[in-house]
Write a protein that binds this ligand. Structure first.
Ligand code: FE
Length: 307
């Protein structure tokens, strides 16, 4: 009796009604180099011609990696935002972020700042004074997350997650690592609170190391590789540095490292399925709301950064 029970625990009967379907690569898009802000170089995964958004995501930029000489580093001086969130994830260098809601903070390697622009802020994103003066290497990401219509005018909010506090899953042999920036993956709960269901992780794999992520099936998902190469999905399609692999719907996402220190962001979210009217830094649901945002900005209703 006892033996039977143990056997049952070790080999639970497979419920024929439950099928686990892995996500696969639907298509691969290639990030494009361009200049942003005051002229810093980014690799833009989207929006690009043919790929406006990945609902609920509006933009993904990889900033650098760039090595600045002394006096060369530039950022994004004062600019407005309304109707969405900007998520900044720094890998190298240091940035100073300030806004008209009175938030001010520095971001160091491994730090994440989840900014809900909501009703509107004037925002400034600059390399630190030290990097401007002495030069140095900067590298990071910015993701724009759309807000549902009900939240577009909420009060601005900042959430800072420091590198040392980032919830992280590691395989027993340490060859696979997953930093959980948003959502709940591999039993690890992220700190950042999101306004709609979102998953955002940074995956690092040694050659041959595997991990299978449990991303909710209702979420649109993609993989952006930013170092080396890895295989994506049960069919093992290869994605390389700068590739953005759009994924089919499924319950699991198998990933396998193909090169030393392959790295990728895996980003997923439940689609909002709402109209999107975007005009630069204003992302609303109707043309009238965008016109109102422009008028509010021009009238100075977003305030200004206290310096
Ligand atoms: Fe900004």
């Amino acid at each position: 009796m006892c033996g039977r029970r143990r056997a049952a625990t070790l080999h639970p009967p497979i419920d024929p009604g439950v099928r686990v379907k892995p996500r696969e690569v639907q298509r691969i898009a290639y990030a494009t180099r361009l200049r942003e802000g005051a002229g810093f170089e980014v690799r833009r995964a989207f929006p690009l011609p043919g790929l406006d958004q990945v609902d609920p995501f509006l933009l993904l930029d990889e900033m650098g990696p760039t090595v600045y000489a002394p006096g060369e580093a530039v950022g994004a001086p004062d600019h407005p935002h309304r109707g969405f969130e900007t998520v900044t994830y720094v890998l190298a260098g240091e940035y100073l972020h300030e806004d008209s809601a009175g938030h001010r903070g520095s971001l160091k390697p491994g730090d994440v700042q989840w900014m809900t622009a909501g009703d509107g802020v004037i925002h400034s994103e600059q390399p630190s004074a030290q990097i401007k003066e002495e030069g140095g290497r900067v590298h990071g990401f910015q993701l724009w997350v759309n807000l549902p219509a009900r939240d577009k005018r909420i009060a601005p909010r900042y959430q800072d997650v420091r590198a040392e506090a980032m919830p992280t899953w590691r395989s027993d042999d340490g060859r696979a690592q997953v930093k959980v920036i948003a959502g709940h993956v591999l039993g690890v709960q992220a700190q950042a609170e999101t306004r709609s269901p979102i998953t955002f992780v940074d995956v690092a794999l040694d050659p041959g190391a595997e991990v299978t992520l449990d991303i909710p099936a209702a979420q649109n998902a993609f993989v952006y590789v930013f170092n080396g190469s890895m295989t994506v999905g049960a069919l093992g399609r290869t994605a390389r540095d700068g590739d953005m692999a759009m994924l089919t719907r499924g319950d699991t996402l198998p990933l396998r490292g193909k090169s030393p220190r392959s790295r990728a962001l895996v980003i997923a979210g439940e689609p909002l399925d709402e109209p999107v009217v975007r005009h630069g830094p204003f992302v609303m649901n109707t043309v009238e709301e965008v016109q109102e945002a422009i008028a509010d900005f021009q009238a100075g209703r977003f305030g200004q950064i206290a310096r």
